[in-house]
Design a protein around this ligand. Sequence first.
Ligand SMILES: Cc1cc2nc3c(=O)[nH]c(=O)nc-3n(C[C@H](O)[C@H](O)[C@H](O)COP(=O)(O)OP(=O)(O)OC[C@H]3O[C@@H](n4cnc5c(N)ncnc54)[C@H](O)[C@@H]3O)c2cc1C
Length: 285
Amino acid sequence: MSVLVLMEDGGPSRQTLTLARKFGEPRSVRIDAILPFAPDALATALAQAADELDASAVFAAGTERGNEVMARLAARMDLPFAANCIAAAPGDPVEVTRLRWGGSLLEEARLHSPRPLITVAPHTVAADDGSVPPEVDLHHPHDRDLTVRVSDHVEPSSAGVSLAAAKVIVSGGRGVGSKEGFAIIEELAALLGAAVGCSRAVTSAGWRPHTDQVGQTGTKVAPEVYIACGISGATQHMAGLKGAKRIVAINSDPQAPLMLNADYTVTGDLKEIVPAISAEIRKRR
Ligand SMILES: Cc1cc2nc3c(=O)[nH]c(=O)nc-3n(C[C@H](O)[C@H](O)[C@H](O)COP(=O)(O)OP(=O)(O)OC[C@H]3O[C@@H](n4cnc5c(N)ncnc54)[C@H](O)[C@@H]3O)c2cc1C
């Protein structure tokens, strides 16, 4: 029995293969086989390849691209799709364990499907050293499948420290009050050589670009120190902070969830506290 695996260069494809091998002999399709990235074209190619191979299941990594192609494949084939699995046991039904809510919840589910479609959450399965499977020939995509495709890559405007790689992050929430209010956050970040982050309340208000957002639908960060200023600490924000080694929270509400989860807290108005920290750093230099 063969299974089809969508491989992504530089992505966690070996982990995906490890889980896929439980279901049968893998054959592979490459996500960069159709350039520029065009999810409908890949979904069409996968559907054709799955039918030709009579694949019993289709797997991909639970990356943004993997999940996008598989969602389109599921819609096309009218089949259920289990995204971001950390375990899957073949059978009828297939038993899966999925990451939900940015990793704060594990869901046990059963997948009733003649052809299970599964993505594997990155870095959750130990990759075996099995060989890379042979590739399937792809049919040339139709123009209609190229309607949605990557047309350009735009680098983030800030030339500063990248959020994902930053050792220190100074992050602001709704408590900062306005776009202009971020001047004190930027000042402290510059003094510490830190990146600036923010909550979704801030990006929704248009005070900062989405590239600055930390959390479940933003960037997952892993700094040595995360300084949260005027952020309440909603579950979706905390989902992005699991890798942070130390959290400092500045908030006027001592009962805010972020204050209760922080290593160090300062209770008070951030508009006084943040400039005071910057002034103290300047004084000591
Ligand atoms: C599907 C989904 C995905 C989401 N993804 C994300 C995500 O990726 N990232 C994210 O951040 N959110 C996300 N959210 C939104 C999340 O639920 C919260 O609404 C958001 O995080 C709240 O942002 P906040 O903490 O800045 O604002 P608030 O919750 O309004 O908190 C503001 C905080 O500032 C404090 N404060 C106010 N004034 C001051 C002051 N002068 N000095 C000090 N403290 C002050 C208040 O006490 C309060 O604690 C998501 C929501 C959904 C439904």
